[in-house]
Each structure stands twice: as structure tokens, then as C-alpha cells.
Design a protein around this ligand. Structure first.
Ligand code: APR
Length: 249
């Protein structure tokens, strides 16, 4: 593994532009379950009943039973060494943008900048009737939040069946179409349009460095360097190697 980490660090040091794509796996060590691993969210809540915009519109109270569980976990979650490592790479000028599917705000909490959120952010609630916005910290734990107009509020996150924020996709495509390395951390790469990002990067001849506990649909077909293991451990080792190479000049 050390050899692979060295190779990954070398191409990151040589790259003029490196972009990261992250998924729920990067936040598992912050205590937030991912979606599709054993014990993941979709094992306990059927995504068709809790994860679609249709489900929310039909029975928001029911979907809030899942949302309350998620927000309680996210409120306690702190950035882990993987989030901090990516922020460190940005500060060193060795990582440009982070494209994330996560809604937990942990990249920003770790000091990362230039974060493109494909699926929104759990910190804000929105009213589907009058478009009123509210900070999620204002809602009482366990209480289903209502807008002043009486409508049950929805977290400003993307449910299945909703489009991702309008600017996110073109911005992400423009970035990865001109990057030299795409660092893919903790995603099963099963959900579009985020899952098209690695293919777009590959078409632009970028090198794909993948960090994951398990191989994914990308590993055999697209990934150039697969670093298997926990994101916090692997990212920490990778950043140390980049720092060593940078200091050696
Ligand atoms: N370190 C590295 N990788 C990990 C870790 C860890 N500690 N724990 C889990 N993983 C990996 C899993 O092996 C899996 O490949 O992270 C990936 C998580 O995959 P998913 O649960 O499918 O999450 P994600 O890819 O982010 O899902 C994309 O699907 O349901 C929607 O909107 C939701 O944003 C989410 C999207």
C-alpha cells in the first residue's frame, strides 16, 4: 500500500489541477452512517418510502422520522482526519475544488473552501409552498418544523426525483474536464449525476485515485490507483507523503 500511496502522492504533486469527489464514506468515521454499506441508512429506511421528493410531499411527517435521526447524528458529527486532510491539501495548493454528495457540511467545518454540494446542505430548511428559508439550528429536536405559512419544512437537500442545484453540474463538469487528477473518496459511484464525474475526468485523460473500504464500479474499469482502507487513515498517509515530497522540493 505504501508504494501506491507514494505513486498517488507523486501524481498529485505533479498535477496542475486536482479535484476531489466525495461521498458518504468520508463521513462514516465522523459517526454518520453511509447509505449502501451494511447497516447503512437505506437498509433501515426504504429510499422509495423516505428518500424521494414524492414521499416527502405525500407524508412529510413520516419522512421526518428519518430526518430527525439523521439530523441528530449530524449535529454531533465533527470533521475527521479525511475531511481535514483534504482541507490541508487545498491549503498546500495541491487540491482545488471538492465536489461532494454529502449534506453534512463537514468539509466546510474542516476548513475546506470551493466545495460544490451536489445534494444540498442540511443546515438550511426550505418551505415548498412559499420558498421561505430557515436555519436548521432553529428547529427543536424531534419536532417536525413548520413554516410561518403552516407548511412542513424540508431540509434544503436533494431527494430522489429532484434536480441537483442548477449551477453544480456544469461547474463540476468544467472542473473535471480540465483536471489532471480526480481523487474519489468514499462513494459507491452509483447515483447520477455525481457518478458521471469520474467518467468525464477520465475522458479528459485525468488520473483517477480512488480511496474506499471496498472496490466499487469504478475500481476495475476506471481507477488508476486504488487505495483500499478507511478514508481517515488513507487520506492522512497520502497528505503526509505529499508534504514530504513538497518539503523535499
Ligand atoms: N472509508 C472509506 N470508504 C468508506 C468508509 C470509510 N470509513 N465507509 C464506507 N465507505 C465506502 C463504502 O464502501 C461505499 O463504497 O463509502 C461508499 C459509500 O457509498 P454510499 O453509501 O452509496 O454513499 P454515496 O456514494 O455517497 O451515495 C451517493 O446516494 O442515496 C444517495 O443522496 C444520497 O448522496 C447520496 C448518494
Amino acid at each position: 500500500m505504501q508504494e501506491e500511496i507514494k505513486k498517488a502522492a507523486e501524481i498529485i504533486c505533479q498535477a496542475r489541477k486536482t479535484v476531489a469527489l466525495t461521498g458518504a464514506g468520508i463521513s462514516v468515521e465522523s459517526g454518520i452512517p453511509d447509505f449502501r454499506s451494511a447497516g447503512g441508512l437505506w437498509e433501515r429506511f426504504d429510499p422509495m418510502e423516505y428518500g424521494t421528493i414524492q414521499a416527502f410531499r405525500t407524508d412529510p411527517e413520516k419522512v421526518w422520522t428519518m430526518l430527525h435521526e439523521m439530523s441528530a447524528v449530524m449535529k454531533k458529527a465533527q470533521p475527521n482526519p479525511a475531511h481535514k486532510g483534504l482541507a490541508r491539501l487545498q491549503k498546500m495548493g495541491k487540491l482545488h475544488n471538492i465536489i461532494t454528495q454529502n449534506i453534512d457540511d463537514l468539509h466546510q467545518a474542516a476548513g475546506a473552501t470551493d466545495v460544490i454540494e451536489f445534494h444540498g446542505n442540511c443546515k438550511t430548511l426550505v418551505c415548498l409552498a412559499c420558498d421561505q428559508r430557515l436555519g436548521a439550528e432553529e428547529i427543536e429536536e424531534g419536532l417536525t418544523p413548520r413554516c410561518a405559512c403552516g407548511t412542513i419544512l424540508k431540509p434544503n437537500v436533494i431527494f430522489f426525483g429532484e434536480p441537483i442545484p442548477s449551477g453544480a453540474l456544469p461547474e463540476a463538469y468544467a472542473l473535471v474536464s480540465s483536471c489532471h487528477v480526480l481523487l474519489v473518496v468514499g462513494t459507491s459511484a452509483e447515483v447520477t449525476p455525481a457518478s458521471t464525474i469520474p467518467y468525464t475526468a477520465k475522458m479528459a485523460k485525468a488520473k483517477i485515485v480512488e480511496i474506499n473500504l471496498m472496490p466499487t464500479v469504478l475500481t476495475e474499469s476506471l481507477t488508476d490507483i486504488f487505495l483500499q482502507g478507511k478514508a481517515s487513515e488513507i487520506v492522512t498517509k497520502l497528505v503526509h507523503e505529499v508534504e514530504r515530497m513538497v518539503s523535499r522540493g
